[in-house]
Design a protein around this ligand. Structure first.
Ligand code: HEC
Length: 155
């Protein structure tokens, strides 16, 4: 590719970016979708572990380990850009993030760190038996609920 073609591509991409944000329906739509996306992925990967713990599906070490690996990876994502001030449920529609989040972001991020620690413990335990999954699921589930109880609007 010539230098000129590369520059043209960059220019087109930049223009599309500008147009893309100009036609966004509401402020912070992209950030809100991204943060909800990470939570959807958490829940998606928690599914098999919950199913196995309840006995709804048979324990399978590889599936349990893969789910736990994904949860640990998602819980380790850098959060800064996902929580812009003004993207709370009183300021914009389409989010359940309570304004209290921005009154004490240190506490919210501490809860996210608790989630990460619980996810790492699950990652250690998940591949070596159902007892480990059951044991760690309590801590992991508690990390989800403790943040939801404080900072997520109930439906
Ligand atoms: C540090 C706080 C925190 C932790 C920890 C947390 N959540 Fe959430 N969760 C939220 C907030 C806030 C929202 C609302 C986000 C929004 O609507 O903008 C949310 C939304 C969700 C949603 C709805 C996403 C959507 O479709 O809009 C799901 C599902 C979810 N969380 C699952 C989980 C699971 C599973 C865990 C644990 C493995 C977890 N969350 C841990 C704060 C947290």
């Amino acid at each position: 590719m010539t230098v000129k073609r590369v520059l043209t591509c960059v220019a087109v991409a930049a223009t599309l970016g500008v147009v893309g944000s100009a036609i966004a329906d509401q402020p912070f739509e992209t950030e809100i979708e991204a943060r909800q996306g990470q939570f959807k992925l958490l829940a998606f990967n928690l599914g098999p572990l919950v199913g196995m713990a309840r006995g709804d599906i048979e324990y399978d070490a590889a599936t349990a380990q893969a789910s736990a690996d994904n949860i640990a990876a998602i819980a380790s994502l850098q959060q800064d850009r996902l929580w812009p001030a003004g993207s709370d449920s009183e300021s914009v529609s389409g989010t359940r993030a309570l304004p209290e989040i921005w009154e004490d972001t240190d506490d919210v991020m501490a809860k996210f760190e608790e989630l990460r620690q619980a996810a790492l413990a699950m990652q250690e335990a998940a591949g070596s038996g159902l007892d480990g999954v059951r044991g760690q699921l309590r801590t992991l589930g508690a990390a989800c609920s403790s943040c939801h109880d404080a900072y997520r609007e109930s439906q």
